[in-house]
Design a protein around this ligand. Structure first.
Ligand code: HEC
Length: 164
């Protein structure tokens, strides 16, 4: 009997150790993803008020998209809610998407395209850990359509003198 209890305790103990290890490495992954989001500057556009407040926005609101428009020759774009967007994708489709998507200015899609698989896995884990929150950002507007809310206006690019 004692031997059985001991054996059971050993099995349960080993299981708990594995679970703890997994939770710890999962937390490392999430923390690395937080680092990638912060250093990658994603909050500057995808989190309302982040750049204007010097980054003083609670993590619960990170990456929930913004109603600030970015207007230029491309029309007006809005940084989408990545908390909702990432929630629709599994890890494999997210990585495939992240390596190849294009977007209009001022989204630095080339920076995301160039991220290592390890960084993308961590970013995904971080955003999944935060969970879906907030609402969809406004839909982009084509050139010539006047946005209702505030925008950052980009001037037309300088003309190439060689073209004249
Ligand atoms: C300078 C502002 C800016 C920064 C910095 C920025 N984004 Fe964006 N992002 C945007 C805008 C604006 C769009 C929408 C572009 C469009 O509508 O074509 C966008 C679009 C995206 C999309 C496409 C979403 C979709 O619906 O398909 C993804 C994914 C994305 N950003 C991820 C990131 C990540 C990850 C980072 C940090 C590494 C980041 N962005 C940094 C402004 C920014």
């Amino acid at each position: 009997m004692n031997r059985l209890v001991f054996a059971l305790a050993a099995v349960i103990g080993a299981g708990a150790a594995v679970a703890t290890l997994t939770a710890a490495s999962r937390e490392d992954l999430v923390q690395h993803g937080r680092y990638v989001a912060l250093i990658g500057g994603c909050n500057d556009c995808h989190t309302p008020g982040f750049a204007a407040s010097g980054g003083q926005v609670p993590e619960s609101q990170w990456l929930t998209g913004d109603e600030l428009g970015w207007s230029g020759e491309w029309g007006t774009t809005y940084a989408p809610n990545l908390r909702l967007r990432f929630a629709t994708m599994d890890l494999a489709s997210f990585k495939q998407y992240a390596h190849s998507f294009k977007a209009r200015p001022p989204m630095p899609y080339w920076a995301v395209n160039a991220m290592s698989d390890a960084d993308l896995e961590a970013l995904y884990a971080f955003v999944q850990a935060l969970g879906p929150a907030g609402k969809e950002a406004p839909a982009a507007l084509p050139p010539g359509v006047r946005p209702a809310g505030p925008v950052v206006q980009f001037p037309a690019p300088p003309q190439d003198p060689a073209a004249h």
